[in-house]
Design a binder for this molecule. Structure first.
Ligand code: IVH
Length: 677
């Protein structure tokens, strides 16, 4: 009596099957079929949907990657603020936390949920009628960025929850990049001539902030839920039950969460998790204790931006012992010569460390570091690995003190040392292949001239063969020359040639940044271009004039002056312009034309104009729009139903204006300085 299933039924069955397998894999961590079987189901669904496009729905497992690339992320105001956590670094501090809680609640002992503190970035996922409708970053806790299209590509984020889930659910959790995926991504980055990410958290953040969701889709991200912002219906009685509930509704929760009673059990959990830390698939940087009973949490409330009922007990920065195999000296883009310890590879702080910066000769002397020494290296957060101390007891007899060379290890020029500076420099500029190499890498980089395909390996060859001796040489390379390089086929040579041609059309801020002037980063380059509007004006400016630019102090001004006075640099600039580099004229100087130039503005509440529109108008008037009120804020613009930013602005005496007043200000030249509200 069985009739063939209709396409609608087949699609629905396949989706249910795929969702059930996703749940088994990502939430329960118990895959029930092989990858090949899963792929087969997925392809069947894709094929059916291709034959019946009308059956495609946004929550179909095939529809994770979609939507056009954005130019910026829209802002999202969190209905319930995303709080942060108070930190503790010692047992004493944890005891103090527990004591305060017991006193405030008038009890002898409290139950806690102990959870790993995941080292990624916080997001808030909103589900309506079981469907994922929005994903936002934490931002300043009050408002963040709408990263829905990117979060949809993360396979452990369900697009649809189990039917038992409440109608409205705002889940809070962490997006992480597991170590395995992180290592692989960095290998790919290096192979493509891109800079590797320093740690999984940065990689996760960078991946989530891609404007094109197709890029995020290729990144190995995962999500783990640890709480809620809001939900319709009854709240479970405890944090632990809430987490179990989230899991039942289809959300992944760390399997390491536990309910513990009293402070001794907290410490025990901390010690046990600390031991397992290095073997976990993703980075954690501590334990979070949360008062388990929600009623008790509500009684305790929050102070400033953190709940009184939760505490992050951080792990100490990870340290490990290894051996210094060798000390190399590296020559940076600006000629700075730095000693670097080459280490026997050691896994610490979530990554394999093979070298550590030694800063300068004084530092090596102070630590009395020698080649062959056993050392303790530390890696904390984003910080470059460092040598903490030498284990002198294990020093081999033949270890000799290290002496910095007197000449550049690459070009042989005598090193110089400026007065009052610890660092030695190679004075040879672009005549030194090391500096030329680094200068070219910077020049070609994405935020500078953005020369697609000109990676590190190619630059190395261009420098070694002498095909490129100065920046402008890049623009005289012809396809046959490029094709003569290792690993370059005719087609890729042609592509690179075209990329070089295309890069000649640039912008003034990019060009200034690309020159690689010491102390001039992307933001300073932009400020300079806006202020001077032409390269000639910038090149001729004296120190006083340079210091008039916002963010330019005496050090930056001196770097600029020194750079533009150097005849070699002026020659290189002339050659680049002669090679066809050009840019559109800079718009009229906001500093004079716009009253809001250089002002820091914060918005609160809702406005008659869409927020993004208002923000764009303010930015084009030269203002900086910030998410949170601080002593640096010039104005708070208040719309309908303002949030807590208004109170904060009042306590900080920040000028408060309405939307109408703001529109008037944009229209009045010099108006902002006359305002007193
Ligand atoms: S709860 C109401 N639980 O830590 C408390 N946060 O330092 C809000 N984090 O922004 C956070 N693991 O990104 C909580 N198990 C966990 C966590 C966790 C990591 C992060 C989260 C938060 C930051 C605060």
């Amino acid at each position: 009596m069985s009739r063939p299933l209709s396409a609608t039924e087949q699609v629905s069955t396949l989706r249910d099957q795929i969702r059930a397998h996703d749940h088994a894999y990502y939430v329960l961590d118990q895959p029930r079929i092989s990858d090949a079987e899963y792929d087969h189901l997925f392809r069947q669904l894709q094929q059916l949907e291709a034959e019946h496009p009308d059956l495609v729905t946004p929550d179909s497992p095939t529809q994770r990657v979609g939507g056009a690339p954005l130019t910026q992320f829209p802002e999202v105001t969190h209905r319930v603020p995303m709080l942060s956590l108070a930190n503790a670094f010692s047992e004493n501090e944890v005891e103090g936390f527990d004591r305060r809680i017991c006193e405030l609640l008038g009890v002898d002992s409290v139950d806690y949920t102990a959870e790993p503190k995941l080292d990624g970035l916080a997001v808030s996922l909103s589900y309506e009628a079981g469907l994922l409708v929005q994903a936002a970053t934490r931002g300043d806790g009050q408002s963040g960025e709408d990263v829905t299209s990117n979060v949809r590509t993360i396979l452990s984020v369900p697009l649809r929850l189990n039917p038992a889930a409440p109608d409205l659910l705002q889940v809070r959790g962490e997006i992480v990049m597991p170590f395995a995926g992180f290592e692989l991504l960095n290998q790919q980055q290096t192979a493509a001539g891109e800079k590797p990410f320093v740690n999984p958290r940065n990689a996760a953040a960078g991946s989530l902030r891609q404007l094109d969701p197709r890029v995020t889709a290729t990144r190995p991200l995962a999500f783990l839920a640890y709480g809620i912002g809001d939900l319709s219906g009854a709240l479970p009685e405890t944090q632990f039950d809430l987490l179990q509930q989230l899991r039942l509704w289809g959300l992944p929760v760390s399997p390491l969460v536990a309910r513990v009673t009293g402070i001794a059990a907290c410490m025990d959990y901390y010690a046990r998790l600390g031991q397992r830390r290095a073997g976990l698939p993703y980075a954690i940087d501590g334990v979070v204790y949360k008062v388990d009973r929600i009623a008790q949490q509500q009684k305790l409330g929050a102070v400033s931006r953190a709940p009184r009922w939760a505490l992050a007990h951080k792990f100490p920065a990870e340290e490990a012992e290894t051996v210094v195999n060798q000390i190399d000296v590296q020559v940076g883009r600006t000629g700075a010569v730095t000693p670097v310890a080459r280490l026997r590879p050691v896994f610490v702080g979530g990554v394999t460390v093979t070298s550590a910066t030694l800063h300068n000769q004084d530092e090596i002397r102070r630590k009395d570091l020698r080649v062959g020494d056993t050392v303790v290296v530390r890696r904390a957060g984003d910080v470059i690995p460092e040598v903490v101390r030498v284990v002198t007891a294990r020093r081999p007899a033949e270890a000799v003190p290290f002496v910095m060379p007197e000449n550049c290890p690459v070009c042989g020029a005598g090193l110089t040392q400026a007065e009052g500076e610890a660092v030695l420099r190679c004075p040879d500029g672009l005549a030194c292949p090391a500096q030329l190499h680094r200068t070219l890498t910077h020049f070609a980089s994405r935020k500078a001239m953005d020369i697609d395909g000109l990676g590190d390996k190619l630059i190395e060859q261009l420098v070694a063969t002498g095909m490129v001796r100065t920046l402008a040489d890049l623009y005289h390379l012809k396809p046959p020359q490029l094709a003569s390089l290792d690993r370059m086929a005719e087609k890729s040579a042609e592509n690179l040639f075209q990329a070089l041609r295309a890069s000649r059309q640039t912008t003034l801020p990019r060009f200034i940044f690309a020159l690689g002037i010491r102390n001039v980063g992307e933001a300073t380059a932009l400020a300079l271009a806006r202020y001077f509007r032409t390269l000639d004006a910038l090149m001729e400016a004296d120190l006083d004039e340079l210091e008039r630019v916002a963010d330019v102090g005496p050090v930056v001004a001196a770097s600029l002056r020194e750079f533009f006075q150097e005849p070699d640099n002026r020659r290189v600039i002339g050659e680049l312009l002669a090679a066809g580099i050009r840019w559109p004229e800079m718009p009229v100087q906001p500093e004079e034309a716009s009253p809001l130039a250089g002002k820091t503005i914060v918005l609160t509440g809702s406005f008659s104009l869409p927020r993004t529109e208002l923000k764009a108008r303010l930015q084009s008037a030269g203002a900086r729009v910030s998410g949170s009120v601080s002593a640096q804020t010039d104005f708070l613009v208040v719309g309908e139903k303002p949030g807590s930013k208004l109170e904060r602005a009042k306590t900080l005496d920040v000028v408060i204006v309405t939307e109408a007043q703001l529109v008037e200000l944009i229209a009045t030249p010099g108006g902002a300085d006359q305002t007193s509200v």
